[in-house]
Design a protein around this ligand. Structure first.
Ligand code: ATP
Length: 579
């Protein structure tokens, strides 16, 4: 499974295609750069005997020529490095962009099982590593390989018998490098997995720090962290130990090889098979092999590590994505806001349905409250109305259109969600309300007014341009909820899905949020998972959900009078005392 294979990287080649002209220009620079090596070896062959003979004029001539060749070679090297860096970085960026776009389309079931920390690591570190390998591949591996071939060709031309004797060593070095390579890849994969787990734990720990402190669970968390970093250190150490062993072993074989060549060379000079000048050029060329061999060995290791990273990136691609819009998906047009569920069946595990033959009709402009015990399927119902999940039986309809026949983006513009726990991204208040949509500041202000959020926003330093911290940490719970309501009403959706926050708000906040909700609900179809007294009381109809079915429905008073599940629920929640 861990056998070295370039297949993973080969699949990235199409990403390089748009850069073919730069790659070609870079290739020309590589050819010039590499072509200078045998010239330099030849000049070394001229220079060394001239130095021995004290022939200053010949020495000066050779040095002058060598300087000119070096100059051309270094210019070509600069051209090669700059021309090839751009495409390589672009490929890494394209890969990252593709993966992020993929992430945005993953099914919710997949997203819920993936860890944020682990994904972050994959899209940053692993993607960087792959980018680096691509860069190395074009700007280092290719010239090194060419240098190896050209210099070897020159050595064969100088003295093929000596060159063949030298080449006998090559299989040993290649075998060693590849044996180390597969071990390096396995170790790298282990080590990267460990860092990912560490990142996942860190993300979880940072989000949960206040809770950890509240429960005095610091020693427990520290212990988990210590275990994780210890595993990480061990995995890294195994990797480094392998590399530490590889360098001296390969280095020793190289050194022994050079000494052997010197010995054979001395014999061949003795038998006049090669002259001193030719042998000097040969040794200079031999020395020119050390560098590319070193580079190729190191690149091979990095390539193996990159393979491991690439595989981890590909795992994201293997996750299931949302069903795309149907080809014949119809445009939604103006929306009245009539919702209908016909005999809807849905289960996260189809064998264990969460919603069972559920039928509901909500007429445009009606406010319907959903109540029921935890796990009854209320949030699941919302996920179906937003087409986050698709019914496995029956139909979900908006204005008579099956949701699967609509375009998801249009549907979600018409049906706005105010979740129980609102999130905002770091940025200004206006940006949080716009949330990527283009809307004038007047429209943003109007949405804030409807949500009863304008008062507190204008009191912030900077007003609508005030900066919000990540997750809206500088806002109170009630303010965050009103901001979420403003965000939902900005697009003027026909349908609002409200998942009321259960967290206790103080009376003043509760009242402010309630006023915002009432204004937001006016003229819209509203389905609300209700926890607030005022919401339940004010709803046109209350649906009591249990085990994925509507077990009672009617107004607050009708249901209380019925004395069934609803009145039980109310009694348990002490609601009845308030009426
Ligand atoms: P609550 O009021 O506690 O939020 P709810 O009525 O909204 O509950 P749902 O969240 O819809 O209930 O859950 C209904 C059932 O589906 C529960 O048994 C729950 O365990 C299960 N469930 C919810 N989400 C998933 C999921 N992503 N994968 C698997 N099962 C799930």
């Amino acid at each position: 499974m861990l056998a070295p294979s370039p297949a993973g990287f080969r699949r990235l080649l199409p990403l390089l295609r748009p850069h073919s002209r730069r790659l070609l220009a870079g290739g020309v620079c590589i050819v010039i750069f590499v072509g200078c090596w045998p010239l330099l070896a030849y000049l070394a062959g001229q220079l060394i005997p001239a130095i021995g003979a004290g022939d200053i004029a010949a020495v000066l001539r050779s040095i002058g020529l060598a300087l000119a060749v070096f100059m051309v070679q270094k210019l070509a090297q600069y051209g090669q490095d700059t021309l090839l860096a751009g495409p390589a970085l672009q490929v890494a960026q394209d890969l990252r962009r593709q993966l992020f776009a993929r992430l945005q389309t993953l099914r919710f079931s997949s997203l819920e099982t993936l860890s944020a920390g682990d994904l972050t690591y994959r899209l940053t570190e692993d993607a960087d590593r792959v980018g680096e390998v691509i860069y190395k591949l074009v700007h280092d591996t290719t010239p090194s390989l060419l240098q190896l071939l050209v210099v070897l060709g020159y050595m064969l031309w100088l003295d093929w018998q000596l060159a063949l004797a030298t080449l006998l060593l090559a299989p040993f070095v290649a075998l060693l490098v590849s044996a180390f390579g597969s071990r390096v890849m396995a170790a790298a994969e282990r080590s990267q997995r460990q860092v990912s787990e560490l990142a996942a734990l860190l993300a979880e720990a940072i989000a949960g720090l206040p809770l950890v402190r509240a429960y005095a669970a610091e020693p427990w968390l520290q212990e988990r962290f210590d275990t994780e970093i210890d595993l990480h250190r061990r995995a890294r150490y195994r990797s480094l130990k392998l590399l530490a062993l590889q360098h001296p072993v390969v280095g020793f074989i190289e050194a022994a090889g050079i000494l052997a060549v010197l010995l054979i060379g001395a014999v061949r000079i003795g038998s006049e098979a090669i002259d001193a000048q030719g042998f000097s050029s040969y040794v200079a060329a031999l020395l020119m092999l050390i560098d590319p061999i070193g580079h190729l060995t190191q690149n091979f290791n990095e390539f193996q590590q990159g393979q491991a990273s690439l595989r981890r990136l590909r795992e994201i691609e293997a996750e299931a994505v949302e069903d795309p819009d149907r080809r014949d998906a119809r445009p939604l047009g103006a929306v009245q806001g009539r919702l209908e569920l016909r005999q809807v069946r849905y289960g996260y595990d189809p064998a264990r349905p969460v919603l069972r033959d559920l039928s509901i009709v909500v007429e445009p402009g009606q406010v319907v409250a959903l109540v029921g015990p935890s796990g009854a399927g209320k949030s699941t119902l919302f996920s179906l109305l937003l087409r986050f999940n698709v019914a496995q039986g029956g139909q979900v309809l908006l204005d008579g259109h099956d949701l699967t026949a609509l375009r998801a983006r249009e549907l979600r513009r018409a049906v706005a969600l105010v979740p129980q726990q609102s999130r905002v991204f770091a940025g200004t208040v206006a940006e949080a309300i716009r949330f990527g949509r283009s809307a004038s500041i007047e429209a943003v202000r109007e949405a804030a007014r409807v949500a009863n959020a304008d008062g507190f926003i204008e009191a912030l330093p900077g007003g609508f341009e005030a900066r919000l911290e990540e997750r809206g940490a500088n806002l109170s719970g009630g303010q965050l909820q009103r901001l979420a309501i403003a965000r939902a009403v900005l697009g003027n959706p026909a349908v609002l899905l409200l998942d009321e926050a259960t967290s206790a708000l103080d009376a003043e906040s509760e009242e402010a949020v309630q006023r915002g909700l009432e204004q937001a609900m006016a003229g819209r179809t509203v389905l609300v998972i209700a926890h607030r007294l005022a919401t339940v009381q004010g709803a046109d109809r209350i649906l009591v959900l249990d085990q994925g079915q509507v077990v009672e429905q009617g107004s607050h008073r009708e249901l209380l009078a019925l004395g069934g599940r609803y009145s039980d629920l109310c009694q348990r929640q002490l609601i009845v005392q308030e009426f």
